[in-house]
Design a protein around this ligand. Sequence first.
Ligand SMILES: CC(=O)N[C@H]1[C@@H](OP(=O)(O)OP(=O)(O)OC[C@H]2O[C@@H](n3ccc(=O)[nH]c3=O)[C@H](O)[C@@H]2O)O[C@H](CO)[C@@H](O)[C@@H]1O
Length: 459
Amino acid sequence: MNDKLLQVKQLLSKYNQEHVLDFLNGLNNSDKDNLIEQILRIDFDQLYSVLDETGQCEFNHNSVQPLDYQRLDDLTNEQREMYTNEGWRLIRNGKVGVIVVAGGQGARLGHDGPKGSLDIGLPSGKSLFQLQAERLLNLSNRAGKNIPWYIMTSPDNYNATVMFFQKHDFFGYPEEDCIFFQQKTMPALNQERKLLFSEPSQINLVPSGNGECFYSLYESGAFADIKHRGITWLFYYNVDNALIKVADPLFIGYSAIHNNPIAIKVTEKCNVEEKVGVLCSSNGRPSVLEYNEIPESLLEKRDSQSKLLLNLANISIHMFRYDFIENFIHYQIPYHIALKKITYVDSKGCVINPSEPNAYKLERFIFDYFPLAEQVTVLMVEREEEFAPVKNREGQDSPFTARNQILNLHKKWIENCGAKILESGENRLIEVSPLISYSGEGLHDNIEKITTEIEENYD
Ligand SMILES: CC(=O)N[C@H]1[C@@H](OP(=O)(O)OP(=O)(O)OC[C@H]2O[C@@H](n3ccc(=O)[nH]c3=O)[C@H](O)[C@@H]2O)O[C@H](CO)[C@@H](O)[C@@H]1O
């Protein structure tokens, strides 16, 4: 028996994973070698210590307080101009990079392919990635400097994501400024803490959350690229926000002038049940409490003016200062554990689709870095202009609601120009290309070119 096989057998026995031998025994030599390597890469001590940690998400209710924030609407025109100018200055000097986290599995959406490849039903048929690329292209062209775009995928959707960009010629964005990197995964374990398999020769490895982002940047070499380019601020966002103002110059300038290590955009929560994390102060540190981890009593708690105590919706738009990431790149933020339905195979290769949650999924959340910053900068923005999440196949936060939010916003932009088209425009769809306007600016001179119209047809 070779050394590695012996080592693997010892590991499996030490960690009560002998069922893996049934899989190993049925494989040909090359698959067997491959599986042995996978097993040797697993950090069982870490895996077990995560599962053994109890109460990791418990917190002291009384320590939860609202956090100070600035409303964008309350800024004067002079302030806006000052922040925006600073943002442009940083972009022009190559100091800004963008990170999109696109490694999630999008289980609620049921889209076959990377989430960013989704066409949300706009007249143009543009995918989420295309909208984002064109917004970046708009800014880069105006700045005369390309903004590097770091795209985090999972190992599972890496090829499909890169191929989607290639098929669309990177949406006109310079290929050398689209930097793809793969995130870390963790093995899924069933409730008896046994490893699950996605194929008889493959351990079921699940993307372990957007909080793996910094370490995965480092491990993939992308962080060295960030350093080499001299980037000082990173703009972070979720791939599924159809209204994302990628690399928003005002927010960049606002973050840089306040110069806390992290800046966060929030909106007001639209209702108590909204599935968003909430930003607050917990134990005196900036924190996000995730929607499925907040006790109901806290979720519904109101202040003396009957306003929700936890009213700041985390819309996953953050700025991170480079030195903060560098400082904490090896820091171990906690894993959150959730029991999920995870499809797996048995050692004969039969696929099992559980009808009930059957396995533990371990995830790190990006906002668990927030308490490491003594202070953060918080800017409250308008949901109608900046947050259109695509989470569900239909109903709330679906492609349809996101598409309507974009169309409504663009209609408002056109109305603000007093454009004629709207006199008959009640039932027309109006979409403005991000290549023409990033946030409603410059439309007066372009009114002829800007609209893509079709008769609205819901049949
Ligand atoms: C943990 C987290 O961030 N929660 C936030 C997330 O919730 P939500 O439940 O929507 O979080 P998702 O699981 O959709 O992940 C958010 C983003 O992270 C990416 N992703 C996720 C898992 C993974 O392993 N790799 C990866 O890259 C997804 O592709 C997505 O772009 O967005 C909401 C706003 O829309 C916020 O209110 C929530 O506080």
